[in-house]
Ligand binder design. Structure first.
Ligand SMILES: Cc1cc2nc3c(=O)[nH]c(=O)nc-3n(C[C@H](O)[C@H](O)[C@H](O)COP(=O)(O)O)c2cc1C
Ligand code: SF4
Length: 474
């Protein structure tokens, strides 16, 4: 099995650079990270009427810790409060919030029903209050909400029971979710009523004060799967026009009912054939995979091909959408593309490539899109694996105009105020740097709430930690 040097072992900037050279990666990195108001990462950005006070963004991350009826709990509130004290000025959606019950990815996912309005609005207020207490000004803080339907990966009622509402049949993924016939596929009429639900949820989000909504199109969930629905018949499948009808109709509905709301999309800008664990434990493409059903890949399903994603961004721009957050693949079947990690989640596979290659792939593909769409505000993802070198790469990416904002996922679970430390010039607290142990992904796969069990003292002391350790040993 291949082994890769740990990032923590790359002690100097030269060590990091020589590792990049060894892998023949062109990833930009600055030796000196600046701090203070004149530094590249401290510059503000503009999206329509919205001013975003710096170049750090918190990516959406759920904790599998809502109530059965889709309300937040104290654990959810703790996470949103941490997002508020991070120092980042853009909140990309907080976490995935289902627009209706059957679209929940797990029975503890938040759901934006009429009954839950004050609690879901309360998350935003809490985040803003925490930000105000630590940083004073919130005029340049922008908070959006990520709206989702989990489609093929819906599990609304029981953690162990998949209740898929897929966009189309898929020979590699159907057996993994017990889809044996077309009853697991959404009909056109169901999609039409779902479009109305997205519009209703967006109007609710606007009334609660969220400044934008993300019409989620990533990670294998419904919006994303529709984009590769070449075999789907009817109004939502086949041609590019049909495959993007879902987005167009949601946007038209929101424009009519909440014209002040900014709109964005979190998009898996590429994907590969679904992976599976080989006999050696290393990930390999599933031979049942069909490359025609992979959005943003080449004809073999094993490389990035951005022509359709570019058409998608063109469409977004023509609809007046200014915000895009790039990501890749899916945590279910291509986790090495989506969240490069040294230690895979328990149901995953050993990395089939050096994780730095996965980081570089996301950053380079994002840069290609930013070059083609300079007027859009582009947020990148997948930086956490850079660990101690994250600020060096982040600054260089912003300086070179490869993205407008650096999205942070796992890093803020272990080290919530990393952006503030970078901007204030405080030396990084190495003990808090995420080492990509993947417990925050493994825990929910085992039915346990998500959190940073290895590094966050709060989760370290929960009884769930022992439970997780025991389950990992099994
Ligand atoms: C525990 C956990 C929960 C996540 N939940 C969401 C989510 O609700 N919506 C989403 O778009 N991405 C979600 N993601 C993906 C992250 O937003 C991000 O794309 C990914 O972790 C890679 O970024 P990173 O390298 O900074 O971690 C989640 C990731 C983790 C680890
Ligand atoms: S559990 Fe903590 S250290 Fe491990 S990947 Fe998640 S955030 Fe990082």
């Amino acid at each position: 099995m291949p082994t890769y040097p740990r990032i923590a072992s790359l002690k100097t900037f030269d060590d990091f650079q020589s590792r990049l050279r060894e892998l023949e990666l062109q990833l930009p990195a600055d030796e000196v990270v600046e701090s203070g108001p004149a530094s590249p990462l401290a510059q503000s950005g503009q999206v329509g009427e919205l001013t975003i006070g710096n170049r750090f963004c918190i990516l959406p991350m759920e904790g599998w810790d809502g109530t059965k009826d889709g309300k937040p709990t104290d654990l959810t509130r703790r996470r949103w409060k941490n997002f508020g004290i991070s120092g980042a000025k853009l909140m990309w959606g907080g976490e995935a919030v289902a627009v209706r019950h059957d679209g929940r990815a797990n029975p503890n996912q938040l759901c934006l029903t009429e009954n839950n309005l004050s609690e879901i609005g309360g998350l935003r207020e809490l985040l803003i209050a925490a930000h105000a207490e630590r940083f004073g000004n919130t005029d340049d803080l922008v908070v959006g909400l990520q709206l989702t339907h989990s489609g093929r990966f819906a599990r609304p009622n029981e953690k162990a029971k998949a209740e898929p509402r897929a966009a189309q049949r898929n020979p590699a993924l159907d057996p993994r979710l017990n889809i044996n016939d077309d009853s697991g596929v959404m009909t056109d009429d169901e999609l039409k009523s779902l479009i109305d639900d997205f519009v209703v949820a967006s109007v609710r989000a606007a009334k609660l004060g969220y400044q934008f909504v993300d019409v989620k199109h990533c990670h294998g969930y419904l919006g994303h799967e529709l984009l590769s629905g070449v075999d789907r018949r009817g109004e939502f499948g086949g041609s590019f026009e049909n495959r993007t009808r879902f987005l167009r109709e949601i946007v038209a509905g929101i424009r009519a009912e909440a014209p002040e709301l900014e709109l964005g999309v979190r998009l898996s800008i590429y994907d590969f054939l679904p992976y599976r664990k080989s006999e050696s434990g290393v990930g390999e493409p599933d031979p049942a995979g069909d490359p025609r059903l992979v959005f943003g890949s080449n004809s073999r399903g094993d490389g990035v091909e951005l022509s359709e994603p570019i058409r998608f961004l063109d469409l977004m721009q023509s609809l007046g959408m200014k915000l895009i957050c790039t990501t890749a693949g899916s945590p279910y079947y291509t986790p090495h593309l989506q969240r490069p990690a040294f230690f895979p989640p328990s149901d995953g596979y050993q990395p089939p490539e050096a994780p730095l290659i996965g980081v570089d792939r996301q950053i380079e593909a994002t840069a290609e899109l930013k070059k083609r769409f300079p007027a859009m505000f582009v947020v990148g993802s997948g930086y956490t694996y850079l660990q101690d070198w994250l600020p060096n790469v982040a600054q260089a990416v912003i300086r070179n105009g490869w993205a407008d904002s650096i999205g942070l996922g796992r890093m803020v679970l272990s080290y919530p105020d990393l952006p503030a430390d970078v901007l204030e010039g405080t030396q990084l607290a190495r003990k808090k740097v995420c080492r990509t142990f993947s417990d925050c992904t493994t825990a929910p796969r085992k039915g346990i709430i998500s959190g940073c069990y290895p590094l966050d003292p709060f989760y370290k002391n929960l009884p769930e930690r022992k439970e997780l350790l025991a389950l990992k040993k099994e």
